[in-house]
Design a protein around this ligand. Structure first.
Ligand code: F0G
Length: 463
């Protein structure tokens, strides 16, 4: 009450125009892209909330750093600057740059995971799951039960179910090459993991002598939630908290496109020098020499600076507040969302909003299409189109939840953009009863949501 707004802790230095396509243009774009939002041209979108990955704005200091980029093939000073920042933050001795997060995953699992293995995580992100499965291993999700209940308000819904982790290690310990925890838990609504939970994972991994890695893409947002929600951390800096998180793990994979505040990049960092040697051998095969790993020297500079800026308290306060602000607005209008909002996105519960559309007609996809149709707002479907499993008899096992993710790029949109998005969401919700489902006309054998062609099912109750 009476508190002043939490403002953007920056001012605009360069602007980039966004498009305002008319309703006719949007309708035509939907038809042309076969109702798949990945098929739109970005100029056909007004506010693009498809992802928070690589879509943020860099700071003047990052751009200045890019001018210092040294493009030497081997031994670039930009690499050593990057390495120093990553070591200082994570404490891990071995730092391996990659072109993005999934490349770090691919290399790590190529070294550690094999056919018949089981990789445990709170929730695997889709590229992480795909890279585990590509090795012939099982990707097992063990998020605590409260993490699967969208409406339940709890501070750390990304936590690992420690009892389930213990049972998995007890039953399959010799087949589990590593345990991962994703901070924040993207596939589970961007929910944070508490320090107490990370400590418990560490302890169980020690008992069974299994390495523990963080999928650290959104480590700074996670650190902020620990600071503001977990007892004993209010007076610690985000950096100290992040350092403590990393100190509990043996290594991490990282997409610098999120909390690296960069447009491209990632890394793998770890303490085991023997595993690191094997990883570097693969790195040379697919990414590049170990002092650039698929990145330009200027990218390494941008990431090094981004990893420092992302831990700024004013930034993190604004960042989490801007997501919460959108969540509050749509929730106040009666739109069901995953509660509490995560660190990088608002997840709208399409299953609850469009109960008449059955999972095999993809309610979350319908809702995502309507957000675009209504106001040129592009989110992403995280429901049965992305995660449903087609069966041989032509039926499908639906996803656990039918969600549309509205991911907020970092430092990119202003409060009025967010107000606009909230109005679009509320206008669509007001006509939820007349929204129909979709059927797939054409699909790829895996990761079908990226390229599937769809068409509307004739409108009418249940169809
Ligand atoms: N792990 C998590 C938790 C992620 O969210 C992502 C990417 C990755 C790994 C892979 O990183 O894209 O650099 O290869 N998430 C993006 C998203 C694509 O939209 O959530 P990447």
């Amino acid at each position: 009450m009476g508190e002043r707004p939490i403002i953007e802790p920056f001012r605009v230095h360069t602007v980039q125009a966004i498009s305002m396509p008319s309703r006719e243009v949007r309708e035509e774009a939907l038809r042309r892209s076969h109702y798949n939002l990945f098929g739109l041209r970005a100029e056909e979108v007004t506010v693009d909330l498809l992802t928070d990955s690589g879509t943020g704005a860099m700071s003047t200091r990052q751009w200045a750093g890019m001018m210092l980029g040294d493009e030497s093939y081997a031994g670039s000073p930009s690499f050593f600057r990057f390495e120093e920042v990553v070591r200082d933050l994570t404490g891990f001795s071995e730092v391996i740059p990659t072109h993005q997060g999934r490349a770090a995953e691919k290399i790590l699992f190529s070294v550690l995971a094999d056919k018949g293995h089981v990789v445990v995580n709170n929730n695997h992100f889709d590229t992480t799951r795909a890279n585990v499965e590509y090795r012939g291993a099982e990707a097992r999700d063990l998020v605590a039960a409260e993490g699967s209940d969208p409406a339940l308000v709890a501070p750390f819904k990304g936590n690992m179910d420690i009892a389930a982790l213990r049972s998995s290690l007890e039953a399959d310990g010799d087949r589990i090459p590593l345990v991962l925890v994703t901070v924040t838990n993207n596939a589970g609504g961007g929910q944070p993991v508490s320090m107490a939970n990370l400590r418990a994972v560490r302890q169980v991994c020690d008992e069974y002598d299994v390495p523990f890695f963080l999928d650290a893409c959104r480590f700074a947002e996670n650190a902020w939630f620990i600071k503001t929600r977990e007892e004993g951390y209010a007076d610690r800096t985000p950096k100290e908290i992040a350092q403590e998180m990393f100190s509990l793990a043996d290594g991490c994979t990282m997409s610098a496109k999120k909390d690296g505040l960069a447009n491209i990049g990632g890394f793998l960092a770890l303490n085991d020098d023997r595993v690191a040697v094997e990883c570097r051998n693969l790195l040379i095969l697919t990414e590049g020499f170990p002092t650039y790993g698929g990145l330009a020297g200027y990218d390494l500079e941008a990431i090094a600076q981004g990893l420092v800026e992302v831990l700024d308290e004013d930034y993190l306060r604004y960042r989490t507040r801007s997501v919460e602000y959108l969540a509050e607005k749509v929730a106040a209008g009666g739109v069901p969302i995953v509660q509490p909002p995560g660190g990088h996105a608002v997840f709208v519960d399409a299953g609850a909003l469009l109960p008449r559309i059955p999972p095999h007609e993809y309610p979350a996809h319908s809702l995502a299409v309507e957000f675009y149709r209504e106001g040129g707002v592009r989110g992403v479907e995280l429901g049965s189109l992305a995660f449903g499993v087609p069966q041989e008899d032509g039926t499908e096992v639906p996803a656990a939840m039918e969600l549309v993710r509205l991911a907020i790029p970092r430092r990119t949109y202003t409060q009025s953009h967010i107000d606009y998005v909230a109005e679009v969401v509320l206008d669509v919700a007001a006509r939820a009863g007349s929204i129909g489902g979709y059927r797939i006309v054409e699909q790829a054998p895996w990761l079908r949501h990226f390229t599937a062609r769809l068409e509307p099912v004739a409108a009418g109750p249940g169809g």
